[in-house]
Design a protein around this ligand. Structure first.
Ligand code: PGA
Length: 245
């Protein structure tokens, strides 16, 4: 399986930062082989980034950071999967920041997974424990199973799972970071549940200096990058390492 590197820009970038970042990534990854790349800018810049990527290598895809599972209707401020279908190939669902700040639960995330599949978009389903404990793995599996309720075996191959231990997110300079071995152990468990066709990513404070620790692991098929995706050189460095440079 070709490694997958996903950039989650979160609620960052103005219009000019977004254009410059997307252009720099595009130019540096032009005709780049051996790794699939997905950029997930804020909703409001999707169109702009789409127009920048259009002429580039089709291996750089566009993703959204969120979606609403209904098709259309009175949901002020929300963006549906059918709207995103025009622009995106991937949608991040169940990110821990949405669970924490917007009260999203497994049932709602499950609706989003089904909505993505209905419109042929690949959900990048995030799971991960808040704190490291003896029960972490049980909790992760429970979340995974609930978020995937009703998903068929065939559909599992159209999903990406990202394991993101919450305690390891955005802590590159101050906190605890999951080791490659630790992340691999959980990703292996996830793979046993979802099957080997489903790519399993690791996310949490990955940089160009640490990406090797994860990408070299047997059960990790790629990485989900937050902070380090906001600097084109760092992000391109991660993509290059992911393909073994
Ligand atoms: P980080 O974010 O790389 O800044 O830790 C990862 C994520 O939250 O997806």
């Amino acid at each position: 399986m070709q490694p997958l590197v996903v950039a989650n820009w979160k609620m960052n970038t103005g219009i000019s930062d977004a254009s410059v970042l997307a252009t720099m990534v595009r130019n540096q990854l032009h005709e780049f082989n051996g790794v699939d790349v997905v950029l997930c800018p804020p909703f409001i810049w999707l169109q702009e980034v789409a127009s920048i990527l259009e002429i580039s290598d089709p291996r750089i895809k566009l993703g959204a950071q969120n979606c609403y599972p209904e098709k259309d209707g009175p949901f002020t401020g929300e963006i549906s999967v059918s709207m995103l279908q025009e622009l995106c190939s991937y949608i991040i669902v169940g990110h821990s920041e949405r669970r924490e700040h917007f009260g999203e639960n497994n049932e709602f995330i499950n609706e989003k997974v089904h909505a993505c599949l209905r419109y042929n978009l690949t959900p990048i389903l995030c799971v991960g424990e808040k704190q490291k404990s003896e029960n972490s793995q049980k909790k992760i599996l429970k979340d995974l199973i609930e978020c995937l309720e009703g998903v068929t075996k065939d559909e599992l191959a159209k999903i990406v799972v990202a394991y993101e231990p919450v305690w390891s997110i955005s802590t590159a300079t101050q906190g605890d970071i999951a080791s490659g071995e630790y992340a691999n152990e959980v990703c292996e468990l996830i793979k046993k549940e979802v099957g080997k066709e489903t790519p399993v990513l690791y996310g949490g404070s990955v940089t160009s200096l640490t990406v090797d620790n994860y990408i070299s692991q047997k059960s990790i098929d790629g990485v989900l990058i937050g902070g380090s995706s906001l600097n084109a050189n760092n992000f391109v460095g991660i993509c290059k390492k992911a393909r073994g440079e």
